[in-house]
Write a protein that binds this ligand. Structure first.
Ligand code: HEC
Ligand code: HEC
Ligand code: HEC
Ligand code: HEC
Ligand code: HEC
Ligand code: HEC
Ligand code: HEC
Ligand code: HEC
Ligand code: HEC
Ligand code: HEC
Length: 299
């Protein structure tokens, strides 16, 4: 008798549970069918032909788990539209919009309902962007034909004007030229590394594309082993090869060369050529010469 009671009660509990879950998060569960209060994209189309059209061109429309005929295509992001339509529509009338005054986390939550498991998104919550009130729609445009990945670097430049100036300098990483993107080096969704670089640290980042600089060299130049940025800027510089300063100043930050061969009165080197340190020390990142002169990065 007791067992039958339990067996009967169990499915009832499940039913209760799923009912309370669906109330708690009506618009958030993408795998459920047409939802309570959802009236479907065709109704929205009557008044929002433009947005319907742009959305229909998007990868979301084409690839959405629900497919093009989805009952809740619009409402998966905008929430239930029943009352909005009842009242004849309008701005601020019972519909979730991605306006500037809307809480950024509330906006992102709409997207995370489906994108929580997109690779890398687990770091969104602690990322610098989220903590500075940047939301998904700050970078992604959802009503646009084709793909919804942001146009880099333009989207980033919108907020990072200082970086834009850097990348316009004489020597720069080929970002403007489209050879690499901001996201080749950064994880805009968040990262555990400093400045959200997508490597353990900035030196490891450099090696991903400049593996020849990794070494180990027979004769090492200590700053190269420590931090590439002791000599190089990352985004851009007015000096050649992304150098922080011009040569010889760059070298003289660290080197007192009073004992250096080739003083102005020495025949072995003219005064002017002395300033061209690289002419005699070309192996500046370290030398693999079998000879002791490698010690001076002469070859
Ligand atoms: C994947 C999420 C998503 C879906 C699905 C979606 N939208 Fe949007 N919608 C947005 C975002 C984000 C904005 C803010 C502007 C932008 O990013 O383009 C927006 C803006 C709007 C606006 C306001 C435009 C303005 O002038 O302020 C309307 C109207 C709209 N959407 C209607 C629709 C309709 C109709 C559908 C279905 C055909 C739809 N949306 C589907 C995310 C979505
Ligand atoms: C009866 C016509 C009508 C229908 C149907 C309708 N809307 Fe609207 N909606 C409007 C009007 C009018 C506005 C104000 C537009 C403006 O001022 O440019 C509006 C504004 C919006 C906005 C912007 C709100 C804001 O605060 O900025 C969104 C988002 C939106 N509608 C989504 C939807 C969605 C999703 C559907 C379908 C579920 C839908 N609408 C159905 C008439 C309608
Ligand atoms: C600071 C700008 C920025 C913000 C904010 C942002 N994204 Fe992105 N997102 C990007 C860029 C850039 C890419 C393209 C990266 C690439 O090409 O590898 C991208 C790619 C994606 C992709 C495609 C991933 C893939 O592997 O193909 C998804 C999905 C996505 N973002 C969702 C989101 C969601 C959800 C949010 C909010 C929680 C968000 N994004 C916030 C810049 C941003
Ligand atoms: C109803 C579920 C759902 C919602 C809500 C949703 N997405 Fe998506 N999104 C998808 C699916 C499904 C794909 C296709 C995934 C794939 O290609 O693997 C996708 C793809 C993307 C992509 C990659 C597009 C590309 O060019 O490859 C981006 C970026 C993206 N979504 C951003 C967003 C943002 C930002 C929001 C919130 C405004 C959002 N999504 C809301 C389901 C959703
Ligand atoms: C070649 C790799 C690389 C590329 C490409 C790159 N960055 Fe960076 N970025 C870095 C590194 C490394 C740092 C850390 C610099 C430091 O330690 O001072 C950084 C720092 C930053 C910072 C914070 C520090 C500062 O200087 O304000 C911002 C913001 C930034 N990058 C934005 C961008 C944007 C926007 C783009 C695309 C236009 C971009 N980055 C492209 C490697 C890169
Ligand atoms: C809506 C504005 C906005 C957009 C668009 C934007 N960012 Fe940011 N970003 C910020 C803010 C705000 C901060 C935090 C304050 C700061 O460091 O400037 C930030 C910080 C950063 C940082 C530094 C992180 C740190 O640790 O200091 C990097 C790197 C960065 N953004 C890269 C990008 C890239 C790459 C893009 C384009 C894919 C992008 N941002 C687009 C607003 C934006
Ligand atoms: C995503 C790949 C990538 C990463 C990561 C990267 N670089 Fe580069 N780097 C490039 C490309 C591409 C060029 C241009 C090469 C060319 O035009 O032949 C370049 C050029 C350079 C140059 C020469 C610039 C000039 O004016 O000729 C220097 C110096 C440099 N990178 C340093 C660094 C440093 C330091 C790091 C780490 C903070 C780094 N790079 C990370 C791709 C990368
Ligand atoms: C002691 C200063 C210094 C340090 C530290 C340094 N570099 Fe350089 N780097 C230079 C100089 C000087 C040049 C210009 C060499 C030339 O034109 O012959 C250069 C040129 C480059 C170039 C472009 C030419 C080439 O050889 O491919 C790249 C790429 C580069 N460095 C990457 C790196 C990376 C990666 C690191 C960190 C592992 C690093 N550098 C650390 C001084 C330095
Ligand atoms: C951030 C500091 C720093 C910068 C910048 C720097 N060096 Fe060095 N360099 C060192 C250190 C540390 C050593 C190791 C020898 C020492 O302790 O004196 C060294 C060693 C050398 C040596 C070998 C000398 C010896 O005694 O073994 C030469 C040659 C050299 N550097 C040339 C240069 C040139 C040329 C530049 C400019 C392109 C330069 N360095 C920039 C820190 C630096
Ligand atoms: C004409 C060629 C030449 C030029 C130009 C030159 N060097 Fe040297 N440098 C040498 C030679 C050769 C040695 C090795 C001397 C020795 O082994 O006694 C040396 C040694 C050094 C040493 C190690 C000696 C010491 O004091 O411990 C440093 C550091 C150094 N050079 C830095 C520089 C810097 C910085 C510049 C540019 C301002 C520069 N050199 C320009 C040829 C040159």
């Amino acid at each position: 008798m007791k067992r039958t009671y339990m067996i009967l009660l169990f499915p009832f509990c499940l039913l209760l549970l799923s009912f309370s879950l669906s109330i708690g998060a009506p618009a958030e569960n993408p795998t459920a069918g047409a939802k309570e209060g959802f009236i479907g994209a065709e109704t929205c189309k009557e008044c929002h032909e433009t947005q319907y059209g742009s959305y229909a061109e998007s990868i979301h429309f084409k690839k959405s788990v629900k497919g093009p005929e989805s009952q809740d295509a619009c409402e998966s992001c905008h929430g239930s539209g029943a009352r909005h339509v009842e009242k004849g529509g309008g701005r601020g009338v019972d519909i979730f919009a991605f306006g500037k005054d809307v809480d950024p986390d509330a906006k992102s939550a709409k997207c995370l309902a489906c994108h929580e498991r997109t690779p890398g998104m687990d770091l969104w919550a602690m990322g610098v962007h989220r903590r500075n009130d940047v939301s998904c729609d700050s970078c992604h445009t959802l009503h646009a034909a084709g793909r919804q990945k942001p146009r880099e670097p333009d989207v980033c430049f919108g907020c990072h004007k200082d970086i834009k100036i850097e990348t316009n300098k004489r020597s720069h990483h080929p970002i403007r030229e489209g050879k690499i993107k901001c996201s080749s080096c950064h994880s805009p969704h968040g990262s555990l590394s400093r400045y959200m670089v997508n490597a353990d640290d900035s030196r490891e980042l450099c090696f991903r594309c400049h593996a020849d600089k990794r070494g180990p060299a027979v004769w090492e130049h200590p700053p190269v082993e420590e931090d590439c940025q002791s000599c190089h800027a990352v985004h851009g510089s007015s000096h050649m090869k992304l150098l922080n300063e011009r040569i010889p100043q760059l070298c003289q930050n660290c080197h007192d060369w009073s004992r250096h061969p080739g003083t102005p009165y020495d025949k072995s080197a003219s005064f002017t050529s002395r300033w061209d340190c690289l002419r005699c020390h070309p192996a500046i990142h370290g030398s693999n010469s079998p000879h002791a002169e490698g010690l001076r990065f002469v070859r």
